[in-house]
Design a binder for this molecule. Structure first.
Ligand code: IMP
Ligand code: MG
Length: 166
């Protein structure tokens, strides 16, 4: 096992505090990238003590593979207005950063006040990401991880901890 349920809970509470403290006044929209972030978002927003809104984006990247294909598609696009809002993109794990780089490009066109990233896990590869995620839960090993929202071919998302697939 890599990160236990207790490790994750403690870190999510800290992240919630960091997010609460670091945003100035103004609208904050937490945008979770589905499906991987669904559990993380629901725990994270409950640890944030400032007003916010929540929406989700569906991005398709890996398909059934365990390596990044580079085919990033927006499958669901939020109807929420982004203009003038602080956008916090929530991602389960940053690997190559391809998915986020593409999403940040697309959303940037809608003139938000800011776009930052909160990732539960960061593999520190990020070849494709121009900016580092502002909030990171844990540095991740270069292994394929599952649980707490992360899947392998849609399995294991429900595990309350994060583990290596092996
Ligand atoms: P990137 O575009 O290469 O950064 O890939 C990011 C996306 O790939 C994440 O949103 C995950 O859905 C998926 N991903 C990357 N690494 C892993 C992993 O170790 N386990 C499960 N999914 C992963
Ligand atoms: Mg995934």
């Amino acid at each position: 096992m890599v990160f236990t349920e207790a490790d994750i809970h403690a870190r999510v509470v800290e992240l919630g505090r960091e997010i609460s403290d670091s945003y100035p006044d103004g609208d904050l929209l937490v945008l979770g990238l589905l499906k991987g972030s669904f559990i993380f978002v629901s725990d994270l927003v409950r640890a944030v003590s400032r007003p916010l809104q929540v929406d989700f984006l569906v991005v398709s990247s890996y398909g059934m593979e365990t390596v990044s294909s580079g085919n990033v598609r927006l499958v669901y696009d939020p109807e929420t207005e982004l203009e003038g809002k602080h956008i916090l993109l929530v991602e389960d794990i940053v690997d190559t950063g391809r998915t986020l780089a593409r999403v940040i490009d697309l959303l940037g066109e809608r003139r938000p006040k800011s776009i930052e990233v909160c990732a539960l896990l960061d593999k520190h590869i990020r070849t494709f990401l121009p900016h580092r995620p502002k909030f990171v839960g844990f540095d991740a090993p270069h292994e394929f991880l599952v649980g707490y929202g992360l899947d392998h071919a849609e399995n294991f998302r429900h595990l309350p901890y994060v583990a290596s697939l092996q």
